[in-house]
Design a protein around this ligand. Structure first.
Ligand SMILES: [Zn+2]
Length: 376
């Protein structure tokens, strides 16, 4: 499909329909495998964190390449001419979506010859700034609970659709694996609302800072790889099951670490809004971000900076968390004004191989340890 009509592009842009497409491919794959015998599935993934998860599911059965180089900021990365060629030769392309890859997403849909998969169709999405409104404090608490509990217990979605069934299966698997009654955190919205937020550019794309979401990713990736390469479906299923097991161990570790933090030490200020999913899962609150708007392109006004300085003082926040992929010059000013420490985390990229965060599991353990140590 070298030439997409605008409508077809929009259809492919929908994660719901991309997933449905995966279902259709699975149904028709018995007679016409997508990958010819002897060829390994070639998968292109937008950024390193997602690529590591895809690699864990793919194992040795497929070749997984990362488009955005290590250390680059995925929000602002501009694809090169060579990237366009790499996209066009991949059998499948995996992206976060929700406008995470701000400069890349459009090029992916224009250049990719294979199927493009966005990885959020089954996830409980959070709005940008959900953690900043303090809705869980005081009177709004009950209104929010009602909103959350109004969705079906099986998962997000549209009753009766194939995707609804698919997501409900994934939610049931992850609920059982993690021992959770519900996968949603306070403030997460239904899928219908997530699609609306996506259009508005108000959906928080940093879903992977919650291991529960990565377990859902793992099951979705398993299905997507199996749709592209049904001959290795058993391999993908076994790898996915093993990786979900590692994610549950990660979740147990993180739960124990964050549980040790006293209530008055559970306030986060980060360089941009990249840890709201982690905060919601482990009982922390993001009380401020240096760069507003969910990405890294916006600078705060003087008033916003002054407000943030007040917030750091009000909550007695001991550390402002910066990141390896984005400038910390404004965070430095806040630290100088307030006496807070600057602690660098990994957000938009894993480290080089052999570094402290060269896998998703190491990335989460490293960041969690830094946060707990800085706040306790
Ligand atoms: Zn980000």
């Amino acid at each position: 499909m070298p030439q997409h009509t605008p409508i077809w592009s929009r259809i492919l842009a929908s994660p719901l329909l991309a997933l449905l497409l995966a279902v259709v491919l699975t149904a028709s794959s018995a007679s016409t495998p997508v990958v010819a015998q002897g060829d390994r599935l070639q998968v292109m993934v937008s950024f390193s964190v997602l690529a590591d998860v895809v690699r864990n599911v793919a194992g040795d059965a497929a070749d997984v390449e990362t488009l955005i180089p290590l250390g680059a900021n995925p929000h602002s990365y501009e694809p090169s001419a060579q990237d366009v060629v790499r996209l066009s030769t991949a059998d499948a392309v995996f992206i976060i979506g929700l406008n995470f890859e701000e400069r890349l997403q459009k090029v992916v849909y224009e250049a990719a010859e294979g199927t493009v998969y966005e990885l959020w169709g089954c996830l409980p999405i959070r709005p940008v700034l959900a953690g900043l409104s303090h809705e869980h404090e005081g009177e709004d608490e009950h209104a929010e609970d009602e909103q959350v509990s109004a969705t079906p217990a099986g998962g997000p979605g549209i009753a009766g659709s194939s995707l609804d069934t698919l997501c409900a299966d994934h939610w049931a698997t992850v609920r059982a694996a993690f021992g959770l009654d519900d996968l949603r955190t306070p403030g997460a919205v239904t899928r219908d609302d997530a699609e609306y937020l996506e259009v508005l550019g108000m959906a928080d794309p940093h879903v992977w800072t919650d291991p529960v979401n990565v377990a859902l990713w793992t099951l979705m990736i398993r299905d997507m790889l199996s749709a592209e390469d049904p001959a290795h479906a058993d391999v993908y299923a076994a790898n996915a099951a093993a990786y979900v097991g590692q994610l549950t161990a990660l979740h147990a570790d993180l739960s124990a670490q964050f549980a040790a933090l006293p209530a008055e030490r559970r306030y986060l200020v980060t360089n941009h809004e990249s840890f709201s999913y982690l905060a919601a899962r482990y009982g922390l609150t993001v009380v401020g971000v240096v760069l507003p708007g969910g990405g890294t392109a916006s600078e705060p006004s003087v008033q916003e900076l002054l407000t943030l300085i007040e917030t750091v003082r009000q909550y007695d926040v001991p550390a402002v968390f910066t990141e390896t992929t984005v400038s910390d010059s404004l965070a430095q000013q806040i630290a100088e004004e307030t006496g807070a420490k600057l602690i660098q985390l990994y957000t938009g990229s894993l480290s080089q191989a052999g570094g402290p965060t060269d896998t998703y599991l190491n990335y989460m353990r490293y960041n969690a340890a830094q946060i707990v140590q800085a706040l306790q």
